[in-house]
Design a protein around this ligand. Structure first.
Ligand SMILES: [Zn+2]
Length: 472
């Protein structure tokens, strides 16, 4: 099946060919700098000069790099908060998943675009400038393939384009209900592809992405329980034909049950098996590598792969806690994701990344190091850079040659807490009670100004109508 590109007439965002942005305070690499003008040409930072250049626009507060969200299932935003009524320890990840499947019985591709547009606007307003969409809702409500395999994927491209967020689309290979090629259940019928059909979907998505600015495509074998070795390797080989550096993400050891089942089937723990059977490198991102032992932790670091951590979802689903202290001490690379969107806020993700470690270790200020004593700054920088690596995108820090993906903080709010530069991101992470994000630029284009997005009211109206329909 050849890819068909449906023209929505609104694909290419107009970029300012030349923009000058003056910042009184700006985080350049790992250093705060004062009184700089950032020169941006066609979305790329081409120079950073001292002082205020003529005709430069003035940033109204401190400027920091935008955050990358390494793990999103957009449609799950529509039922965030719907499954918080368990009792007596009976509710779990698996009961949450049953609610998710029920919800999917009614969702159309048009609905998916409405939900993703609302979600991506929310992400931008909180400081995320790029998202990796782990996209596994492929087929029609009855499980039949759409006339064009990438129809659902196109809803995601459209949503990213409408909102202005950068997109890394990761079509998901989902084949089985469990280890040992268990037949998929009815709730999974919209996710399932043969390996051949999946590879065609990836081909179509790569073709589609050429038509959307600031987007790229990788793949996501769903998990070791949902793919077998042959299909995993076939999918990896296929994407590598297009792009040797395309991101490859996988859910790996989110739940203890997953580890137990993997041991029963393969005689290996999930990360242990993956390290032995796939050639991991810096383009792999292991989502929820929660339950790992020391050898697995060191194996991930040695391979160069990224740990994709989703602290609020992992807490919400009762998954467990990733060994972040040891992983960072050993120079592991991590990124953060909002996953189920129980929270859409990078500040909260990073705050809980640190707090979980404090609660376990009964210590304070843990996720910092000799080079960067500020926990807030260390986590923001490393998560942004790890996120950029996890999406193979030219973002994650503000420097010449990088894409202009940046956040301007509300100066009035930061002044309430931070008296000096080195406290700005600590205050942001641990003490801010309101959203401090005032303006957001993606790829050289302002998408949030004065906390507002140009489509927010229209999106709100469509989304709330849809939610009422889906909840009826
Ligand atoms: Zn996930």
């Amino acid at each position: 099946m050849s890819p068909v590109i449906i023209n929505n007439g609104n694909r290419l965002v107009k970029k300012n060919p030349l923009m000058k942005l003056y910042a009184k305070k700006i985080l350049l690499g790992s250093q705060w700098a004062s009184h700089k003008t950032v020169i941006i040409e066609n979305g790329i930072i081409t120079d950073i000069i001292d002082g205020k250049a003529a005709e430069a626009e003035m940033a109204q507060g401190a400027v920091i790099p935008g955050m990358v969200n390494c793990h999103s299932h957009a449609f799950q935003r529509a039922f965030a908060g719907f499954s918080e009524q368990g009792s007596e320890g009976q509710d779990s990840f698996w009961t949450w998943r049953a609610i998710m499947y029920k919800f999917l019985d009614q969702l159309t591709d048009a609905d998916a675009e409405v939900i993703a547009t609302q979600l991506y606007i929310e992400m931008l307003k909180m400081g995320y400038t790029r998202v990796a969409e782990f996209h596994y809702l492929h087929h029609d409500i009855n499980g039949a393939t759409y006339p064009q395999l990438a129809q659902m994927a196109q809803a995601i491209f459209n949503a990213a384009n409408n909102s202005g967020i950068g997109l890394t689309l990761l079509p998901v290979l989902y084949r089985y209900a469990g280890f040992g090629k268990q037949a998929p259940n009815d709730g999974q019928k919209r996710f399932i592809n043969s390996t051949e059909q999946f590879n065609q979907l990836v081909t179509d998505c790569v073709a589609l992405s050429k038509d959307y600015t600031n987007s790229n495509v990788g793949i996501a074998p769903h998990s070791l329980r949902a793919v077998d070795k042959d299909s995993l390797l076939a999918a990896v080989n296929h994407i590598r034909v297009f792009d040797k550096k395309a991101p490859i993400h996988i859910h790996i050891s989110e739940q203890q049950k997953e580890v137990t089942d993997c041991l029963a089937h393969y005689g290996k723990r999930p990360v242990e098996w993956l390290l032995e059977n796939a050639e991991l490198d810096q383009h792999w991102c292991l989502i929820h590598a929660t339950h790992i032992n020391q050898q697995e932790r060191q194996g991930i670091i040695k391979s160069g792969a990224i740990a994709g951590i989703c602290p609020t979802t992992e807490a919400n689903l009762g998954d467990g806690i990733f060994p972040t202290t040891e992983f960072l001490q050993e120079q592991g690379t991590f990124a953060i994701g909002s996953d189920s969107h129980i929270s859409v806020n990078p500040i909260e993700e990073l705050r809980w990344l640190e707090y979980a470690q404090r609660l376990i270790k009964q210590q304070r200020a843990i996720l910092a190091d000799q080079q960067q004593l500020s926990v807030g700054q260390n986590l923001w920088q490393r998560a942004a850079q790890g996120g950029a690596q996890s999406t193979h995108s030219n973002t994650g820090e503000l420097a010449v040659g990088k894409q202009a993906d940046l956040v301007v903080l509300d100066e009035k709010l930061t002044r309430l807490f931070a008296h000096s530069d080195q406290h700005i991101l600590d205050s942001l992470l641990f003490a801010s009670q309101q959203n401090p994000v005032q303006d957001v630029m993606v790829n050289g284009v302002w998408v949030i100004k004065d906390c507002q997005h140009s489509l927010q009211q229209a999106s709100y109206d469509k989304f709330t109508r849809l939610l009422a329909k889906l909840s009826a």
